[in-house]
Design a binder for this molecule. Structure first.
Ligand code: ADP
Ligand code: ADP
Length: 232
């Protein structure tokens, strides 16, 4: 089965003018990892936002984990997102006035897991990601790489069928970027479906089996003759 299915998806931010996404078709399998690469302004963020249900297409259908997002109300969409999609961002998007542990627990609070089960899951994730020693610290005390691992733990809290990543190594140093890359690759080997937007070709190659290129809102899903991001 598929975790993402886009059918002839077009997104226009204004009534007229060029489409930010132009009749995009994309299918991602339930255990697959796909990287989306392309120049600035080509439609990558728009694509992520539509898949996350943060915005709606002008035309076409977006189906995630078997659910057609077009049929959901805003409230149902927010609930769907919490339960089915984990998101990680370039700048982590952690809540700075909450401890690491409380950041990781946040999706469970919003998602209605019992506090006890949530705590067990959070401890397990913090251990797995090598940040258990920072559970009571505040994000500001951590390095960028550690913050991103907290964000990954938070994203995985509700065991989402789909992990979306937007430049996950874009704001960490090389060594931490490699660590994040290895973690994402391992998650996918264990069956986590992953769609990531990145300029980092090494990340894309290490973590994904397929790179799709987007230019001017159009997706080119054919295998690449050249390195999409150029040499690193
Ligand atoms: P990328 O993530 O690849 O840089 P975006 O998806 O952000 O590309 O943008 C695709 C196109 O849509 C660009 O032309 C951009 O200017 C336009 N765009 C993005 N967001 C908005 C918005 N909220 N309102 C109007 N135009 C937008
Ligand atoms: P609020 O309702 O207060 O805006 P949100 O539910 O949007 O809270 O999110 C709270 C925090 O959890 C934010 O920092 C946000 O970035 C993060 N977050 C929201 N949804 C997800 C998700 N699916 N995966 C990972 N983090 C998320």
């Amino acid at each position: 089965t598929d975790v993402i299915r886009l059918e002839a998806v077009t997104k226009r931010y204004e009534g007229t003018g060029p489409a930010a996404l132009d009749r995009v078709d994309l299918v991602v399998g339930a255990r697959e990892a796909v990287a989306v690469m392309g120049p600035s302004g080509s439609g990558k963020s728009t694509l992520l936002n539509l898949i996350a249900g943060l915005d709606r297409p002008t035309e076409g259908a977006v189906t995630v984990a078997g659910v057609g997002l077009g049929g959901l109300s805003e409230t149902a969409l927010a609930k769907f997102r919490r339960r089915h999609i984990g998101m990680i961002f370039q700048f982590f998007n952690l809540l700075d006035d909450l401890t690491v542990l409380d950041n990781v627990l946040m999706p469970a609070r919003l998602g209605g897991i019992s506090p006890r089960a949530a705590r067990t899951r959070a401890d397990e994730l913090l251990g797995y990601l090598g940040i258990a020693g920072h559970a009571d610290a505040y994000p500001a005390r951590l390095s960028g790489g550690e913050r991103q691992r907290v964000a990954i733990a938070r994203a995985l809290m509700n065991r989402p069928p789909l992990l979306l990543a937007d430049e996950p190594t874009g704001a960490v140093d090389t060594a931490n970027g490699r660590h994040i890359t290895e973690l994402l690759a391992e998650l996918n080997r264990d069956g986590q479906a992953l769609l990531m937007v990145t300029h980092d070709l090494q990340l894309a190659r290490a973590c994904t089996s397929r790179i799709v290129r987007i230019v001017d809102g159009r997706l080119d899903a054919t295998p690449q003759a050249h390195d999409p991001g150029g040499p690193q």
